[in-house]
Design a protein. Structure first.
Length: 317
């Protein structure tokens, strides 16, 4: 049976339930999916799907294949959203974003295929390296900002985390997993993924916990701020914790930058990915002495005298 380009979303017929039963048990190495994709091994399992490394027998190449989790296969709403999300993400065309090759329904099985990326997640890289130097962090996140600048013309990712960024062997990155993306269907209605928490909580912007459907690109920038802090210090930030206190060799402007990146109020946060990337690059240039560090402005008048008197008291101690 041939694949369908625009699948009809319907419950599996009795004759096709064996395919669904196999999916429930999990495909094994050597199994052929949709008479075309031979499973090599399991790559991972997420909130809504399972991803396999497979050989495309028709085109003689390796691909990543994601299937809908069995518990959602009979859910009309979940299936419909899965298809619409894939179609929307395919609008994205950027070297820093994973390419979706095809989305199909074969008998009772819903799946889509992606380019296979031979690399490691940023999480794996951080675990191996420990704390990253400012230069390495800036390079990786500048590439991510470049990809997000394109993404934000269409959608908001809403699940930026070290697990969803692949670092390739040539030093470039790929952004993955748009399953939580805030997208528009052709009718103009917003939809989000069902059956999963909206993102990894430690990387979520505060407003995402209250009204995830209304967040904008600044929620993604908050997530990048958390990753930046974690890259530099080896830990996610806690209240009143300073990156410069934990890593004294960082430029003092790092804390000011992070204060804006992690502002709880989106209106006080860095506004867009281009501005975030520019701020990262400025920090790096300061660190290598190509840009002069900006000195703190001294308070004037009465408050200047008061601060001077207080600092004098502390010096006497």
């Amino acid at each position: 049976m041939s694949e369908q380009n625009k699948p009809d979303i319907k419950s599996p017929s009795a004759s096709n339930r064996s395919d669904l039963a196999k999916a429930i048990g999990g495909f094994q190495a050597g199994d052929v999916i949709a008479e075309r994709y031979q499973v090599v091994r399991l790559l991972g399992k997420g909130g809504m799907g399972i991803v396999y490394l497979a050989n495309d027998l028709k085109r003689d190449r390796q691909i990543a294949l994601k299937t809908l989790l069995p518990q959602y296969a009979m859910n009309q709403q979940a299936v419909g959203r899965f298809v619409r999300e894939v179609n929307a993400v395919r609008q994205l065309n950027h070297p820093g974003i994973v390419k979706i090759l095809a989305a199909r329904q074969y008998k009772s099985l819903l799946y889509y295929t992606m380019e296979y990326l031979d690399g490691k997640t940023v999480r794996e890289y951080m675990v191996k390296r420990g704390k990253l130097g400012l230069g390495s962090a800036v390079r990786i996140l500048s590439l991510l900002c470049d990809a997000l600048e394109h993404v934000h013309k269409v959608t908001v990712h809403r699940d930026i985390s070290p697990e969803n960024i692949i670092l390739l062997q040539d030093g470039t990155i790929k952004l993955l997993d748009f399953g939580l993306a805030k997208l528009q269907d052709p009718s103009g209605a917003q939809f989000t993924r069902v059956g999963a928490t909206l993102g990894r909580i430690q990387y979520n912007a505060p407003e995402q916990s209250f009204n995830a459907s209304e967040v904008d690109q600044r929620a993604d920038l908050y997530s990048i701020g958390i990753i930046f802090f974690e890259m530099l210090t080896g830990k996610v930030p806690r209240t009143f914790e300073s990156a410069c206190d934990l890593v004294p060799e960082l430029p003092k402007e790092t804390d000011r930058f992070l204060e804006r990146a992690l502002a709880r109020d989106p209106n006080e946060r860095i506004a867009n990915a281009a501005e975030f990337r520019e701020g990262l690059n400025t920090l790096y240039l300061i660190s290598v002495g190509k840009v002069q560090s900006v000195q703190e402005e001294k308070p004037q008048g009465f408050f200047a005298a008061l601060m001077e008197k207080l600092s004098g008291l502390f010096r006497k101690r």
